[in-house]
Structure formats: structure tokens, C-alpha cells
Design a protein. Structure first.
Length: 667
């Protein structure tokens, strides 16, 4: 479908288009020529308009749907675009858009409508007008109907406008012999419809069906008696109306009032040829039932509102308490040094100094006033009124592993001696501290794991935390090296504070050589900060009690550079070496990591272990992983002996390219 202008089109071409019914009308013409009117007049009745649906939801746009008897449906949208007019035409699956400069969209629509209706002879099945502001547009449509030399034949008429009283003026221009159904609808609640202007017209008297929406209320039921069927909503029904309509066997409905949160119900009273008394009794019984139902709904609404009121009152009380707390003066934060007596404590408040202050016995328990406890003091009287939680740096909090690690001793291969030693130092004091009390010896505080990289130091530490069911706090030594002076030492203090709160706990310090290296003279500013961090670590190792179930596990691969003060007994009670695994240990590690692999029968793990001399546990695990990757490359779901041999070549070749200084150190 395209938009064309007939002002310059040859007569033969235009007639050919119309005869083939490829286009039933030409829209958006600047003017309608005499020839075009003649062509429309010559069209057969079968090609005329069948359905006309007009919809104008906003003052700046309208839509019209044209349906012809033996042709397709056209949907045209007229829009206001500034000073111009924009027209959108939908024809089947085709869409055409056209802009007309300095044209009023309403005037363009009226020209097109006049062109179609001027020579319409056949009867339209359906005509619909839907408009929110109908005054101007309906007057223009009325002028178009006046200009016709005959009445417009419409079978079914539907008017849906905000003020339908104005729409009644177009009914006289419709043919009375063809109009069968009249429908009115409205968006305004309970609007009255006065039809005295049309009740004497032949179009009204000859119509068979009438449908009036529930938003209209009419007062006289007698004027609807000649309709065969329909729906009419009346403001009220009188007994005289019922008596008049009973012989017609007409159904009359009166709408029930609408209440919030209630469903509208409509009762139908059928007038039969029985006595009027039974009819009225049935009618008023229906009204009483509706009134009782409304009373019950109101009672439920009152109970619901009462419950909502109680809930809101509770929230108001909570908000008032919160407002009162916000209006209180700010408090000073201090740290308890020691308790002086039953009501007074010595508090250190930065930067003022130390004070002896009173304790609010109502809100604070004196038993909580231990050294290091953070408290809040009122600004005016310095009265302790609240105990604050210990301050922990967020970076320190992230170091804690919330759940118990899933590593077990069965996952550690070739380290039976090391497992036995670490059980004696870490696991036994945590699970059975009474044995040390019976012997009268102090529990070990910490253990140092040293050896080449990849020999299982971290894995064994996680396994210890799993079997002891302790909180596992893993921290790297490099995380304690901070830019600002004193930050590293503060983090060490808060690390041990958090360990005490979550006791029993295990602190695993990996790469301890980054902060525990030997102190030398003439160190730079950065080294001085690292040394301050190590001094705080030494202080914490000396300061906490072993009975608190806090154990420290340190790991390093450079034990030769650690400070002697860190290695002395009392701080580090056991030093466990993790050498590179021998052939038997490598075979055991291979069996552990290939336990869940889909292996072919006859794979010799001992033979594979012989081919990787000097490999660490991590490299042995990498051999298993690479063997699986070789199987995937060949699209197999099982691993063969050849896959392991190729994996050995790849891993050991990669290892040969590394710097061998660390291996030389551990020869």
C-alpha cells in the first residue's frame, strides 16, 4: 500500500488501480479532483466500505480502521507533529509513513473521510466512534453527513465518548431502515443520558437492540419497551415501571453501589405474568440481601483497619525511640585499662589521657570491665553507659576462613613423619589440654614449617584446622607490610584479637620471611616499618596464653634469613622440615591425586614416580592434571599410561626452565 497524489496521475492509470482493488481509497490528498470522485462513484457496491472504526484518545492523534467488502483492512493513524501532519498507513504487513508540511492532521482526516462517505451507497455493517473530547470532531462529522445527498446506511452503531449527549446529533443522518443496534458507553462514572432528542426519530423507533453501559443512568423505562433485547442501567425502578414492563417480559437491572475492596453484584428481576406482589417481594428481598452483604463487608473493613492501626502504632513507637536516640549527645570512646573498685574503672581516652570514671550499673555489667575493652562514655559526665565491640580492621576480617577447611590428612601424601609431629604440637593441645596439665608442662604455642615450595606446607596446615575443628585464619606475610608507619603492627594486634574472639583458632602465616627476616644495622625506612611489624608479632607471641587454644603455624622456604628472636623456643616450639618427596612419596601422591580419575587398567604409578626425580608435591599433582588434559585433546574419557608419560615430559621440561637457585639451596 502506498500513498499517492491524483492531481498529476493519468486517468487510465488511476482507473486501472481502482478496478484491480489494489487500493480502495487514496489518503492524505491535498485536494480531491473531479475525476477521483467520479471513479469512486463508478465503483461497484461490493468494493465499498464495510466497517468504519474511529478512535481519538488524545487531542493530537487519531486512528481510523477501514474495512472493505472484498478488500483488506487499512489502519491509518493521523498525528500532529509540530506544525506538520504525520500519517502512518498499515496495509497487511506493509507500513508506509508520510509527512505533510503545514497541514492540520484533523483537516486531512476529514478530507479523507469525506472522500469515502460522499459516494458510499452500500450498507456498512458496523460503525464505531470513540473519542475523549468529541465536541469539535463530531460537529465536523455531522457536517460531512449533511453534505451527502442521502442518509448513510449503518447496521450497527457504537458511540463511546466522554460526552455522548453531543453524539446523538449524528443519528438523524443514518438510514432508519438499516439501523438495528445502538450502543452507548462512557468513561465517566454515573453519567445521565437524556435521549428525548431522538426518542421520536424513526431511527430510534425502528432499532431492535439497545446497549447502554453501566456508567449511564436513565430514568424512564417505558421508552425502551420497543427494543427486542439489550441492557439498560436505570437510576431507580418504580413499581409502575415493573407493572408496565411485565406484559413485555422485559428484564430490568438496577446497578448496586460500588464499595472499595468489594465486588460489584447485579441482580436481575424478571417480570413474569404472575402476581405483582410476588415480583415486588422478590425485588425487595434482593435489595435487603445486598444491604446485609454490604454491612458485613463494612465490618470486615473496620476490623482490618483496626489491625492496621495497631501495627502502625507499634512502628510509630519504634520510630520515636530511634528519634530520641538520635537526639542524644555523642559519646566519647575509651579503652579500659583496669578496674579500680566496684563502680569505678581507669579508662584511656585518646587524645585526652587517662581518667577514673564511674560505670552505669543499670546498663553495664561490671564483669565486662576488663583490660582492653572498648566503652562509650557520655560527653558531659564521662559516665560509661555502653560496652562497644572490639574494633577489627576490615582487611583483617577478610583473612578469616568462616568454614572449617575440607582438607584432611588422607589428602596429604608422603608426609607421615611431619603429620605425626604437627599432631603432637597443634592437635593434641587443642583436643586434650588436660594431658599437659597432668604432666605440668606448658602447651606449645607455634610451629614453623619450612622447605622448598610445593612440598605441602599449606595443605598440611589446612588439614590440621579441619581435624581440630578450629577457625582457620590464613594471612600472608606480605599483607602485613603496609605503607604507613604503625599500620602493620596494628593489623597484627587486631589479628590476634580476632583469634581470641573466635577461639579455638589456628593462625597460619605463610611467607613469614617477608616480615621475619633478620635485623641488620643501617636499614632504610621501609625496613624499619617491617621490623616494627615483626616486633609486634614477637610481643603477641609472648603475650597470649597457650591455654586460650590459639595456635600459630608459620611457613617459609627461606629459614636461613629468619630472625633468631622469632625462632627461639617459647615462640616457635617445633620446627618441621618438608623436604622434596622421595620416589615412594611421589608414588603415594600420584595415587592420591589420581584417585578420582578415570584410569585404564595396568597403569604403573611407581614407574611414573621414577621418571620425575626431585619433583615437588605440587609438580606431581600437575602431572596428573596434564595427563587428563592429554586425554581430553584426543577426546577420550579415560587416561592411559602414555598420557602420564607425556605429562611427565611436559611438566619436567617446564621445571627445567625455572631458576634452580632454590633447589640448589635445598640440596
Amino acid at each position: 500500500m502506498t500513498q499517492i497524489s491524483l492531481t498529476e496521475m493519468p486517468e487510465v492509470v488511476m482507473k486501472n488501480i481502482l478496478e484491480k482493488c489494489e487500493i480502495r481509497s487514496v489518503f492524505s490528498l491535498r485536494k480531491v479532483t473531479h475525476n477521483f470522485r467520479a471513479f469512486i462513484d463508478e465503483l461497484s457496491p461490493d468494493s465499498r466500505l464495510k466497517i468504519l472504526e474511529f478512535s481519538m484518545d488524545s487531542p493530537e492523534s487519531l486512528s481510523v480502521r477501514y474495512t472493505f467488502f472484498n478488500g483488506p483492512m487499512y489502519l491509518i493513524t493521523y498525528k500532529k507533529d509540530g506544525e506538520n501532519c504525520k500519517i502512518l498507513l498499515n496495509y497487511g504487513i506493509k507500513k508506509v509513513e508520510k509527512d505533510l508540511e503545514n497541514q492540520d492532521f484533523l483537516a486531512i482526516f476529514l478530507r479523507d473521510l469525506e472522500c469515502l462517505l460522499k459516494f458510499q451507497k452500500s450498507k456498512m455493517d458496523y460503525c464505531s466512534f470513540q473519542c475523549s473530547d468529541p465536541q469539535k470532531i463530531l460537529e465536523s462529522i455531522e457536517e460531512i453527513l449533511k453534505s451527502r445527498n442521502r442518509q448513510l446506511k449503518v447496521k450497527n452503531l457504537s458511540i463511546s465518548v466522554s460526552e455522548p449527549q453531543n453524539a446523538l446529533s449524528i443519528i438523524p443522518y443514518l438510514a432508519s431502515g438499516t439501523l438495528e443496534t445502538i450502543g452507548f458507553s462512557n468513561s465517566k462514572i454515573r453519567n445521565s443520558l437524556d435521549i428525548q432528542k431522538i426518542e421520536e426519530l424513526d431511527q430510534w423507533k425502528n432499532a431492535k437492540n439497545l446497549y447502554v453501559s453501566e456508567h449511564f443512568l436513565v430514568g424512564n423505562a417505558r421508552i425502551f419497551a420497543h427494543f427486542v433485547q439489550g441492557e439498560v442501567f436505570m437510576r431507580q425502578v418504580f413499581a409502575d415501571d415493573l407493572i408496565f414492563l411485565k406484559n413485555r417480559k422485559t428484564s430490568v437491572m438496577e446497578p448496586a453501589p460500588t464499595f472499595p475492596n468489594s465486588r460489584k453484584k447485579e441482580r436481575t428481576i424478571t417480570i413474569s405474568e404472575n402476581s405483582n406482589e410476588n415480583t415486588l417481594r422478590q425485588y425487595w428481598k434482593t435489595k435487603l440481601d445486598e444491604a446485609e452483604q454490604q454491612v458485613r463487608e463494612k465490618e470486615q473493613t473496620i476490623r482490618r483497619l483496626g489491625a492496621s492501626k495497631n501495627e502502625l502504632n507499634g512502628k510509630v513507637g519504634q520510630l520515636k525511640e530511634e528519634i530520641n536516640r538520635l537526639h542524644e549527645q555523642a559519646s566519647h570512646v575509651g579503652e579500659v585499662c583496669k578496674a579500680m573498685d566496684k563502680k569505678k574503672v581507669l579508662v584511656k581516652s585518646h587524645p585526652d589521657g587517662k581518667y577514673i570514671v564511674n560505670v552505669d550499673a543499670v546498663s553495664v555489667d561490671m564483669a565486662q570491665m576488663t583490660a582492653g575493652t572498648r566503652v562509650a562514655m557520655k560527653a558531659d559526665s564521662y559516665l560509661i553507659h555502653k560496652v562497644l565491640p572490639n574494633k577489627v580492621d576490615p582487611l583483617v576480617s577478610l583473612m578469616m576462613v568462616e568454614k572449617v577447611p575440607d582438607s584432611t590428612y588422607e589428602m596429604v601424601g608422603g608426609l607421615d613423619k611431619q603429620i605425626k609431629e604437627i599432631k603432637e604440637v597443634i592437635e593434641l593441645p587443642v583436643k586434650h589440654p588436660e594431658l599437659f596439665d597432668a604432666l605440668g608442662i606448658a602447651q606449645p604455642k607455634g610451629v614453623l614449617l619450612y622447605g622448598p615450595p610445593g612440598t605441602g606446607k599449606t595443605l598440611l596446615a589446612r588439614a590440621v584446622a579441619h581435624h581440630t575443628e578450629c577457625t582457620f585464619i590464613r594471612v600472608s606475610g606480605s599483607e602485613l607490610v603496609q605503607k604507613f608507619i604503625g599500620e602493620g603492627a596494628r593489623m597484627v594486634r587486631e589479628l590476634f584479637v580476632m583469634a581470641r574472639e573466635h577461639a579455638p583458632s589456628i593462625i597460619f602465616m605463610d611467607e613469614i620471611d617477608s616480615i621475619g627476616s633478620s635485623r641488620v644495622e643501617g636499614s632504610s625506612g621501609g625496613d624499619s616499618e617491617v621490623q616494627r611489624t615483626m616486633l609486634e608479632l614477637l610481643n603477641q607471641l609472648d603475650g597470649f596464653e597457650a591455654t586460650k587454644n590459639i595456635k600459630v603455624i608459620m611457613a617459609t622456604n627461606r629459614i636461613d634469613i629468619l630472625d633468631s628472636a622469632l625462632l627461639r623456643p617459647g615462640r616457635i616450639d617445633r620446627k618441621i622440615e618438608f623436604p622434596a618427596p622421595d620416589e615412594k612419596a611421589r608414588a603415594q601422591i600420584l595415587k592420591i591425586h589420581s584417585r578420582k580419575m578415570n584410569l585404564m587398567r595396568g597403569i604403573r604409578m611407581d614407574k611414573i614416580a621414577e621418571q620425575i626425580p626431585g619433583a615437588s608435591g605440587a609438580e606431581v599433582k600437575s602431572v596428573c592434571t596434564e595427563a587428563g588434559m592429554f586425554a581430553l585433546r584426543e577426546r577420550r574419557i579415560h587416561v592411559t599410561q602414555e598420557d602420564f608419560e607425556m605429562a611427565v615430559g611436559k611438566v619436567m621440561q617446564k621445571d627445567g626452565d625455572k631458576n634452580m637457585s632454590i633447589k640448589k639451596l635445598w640440596k
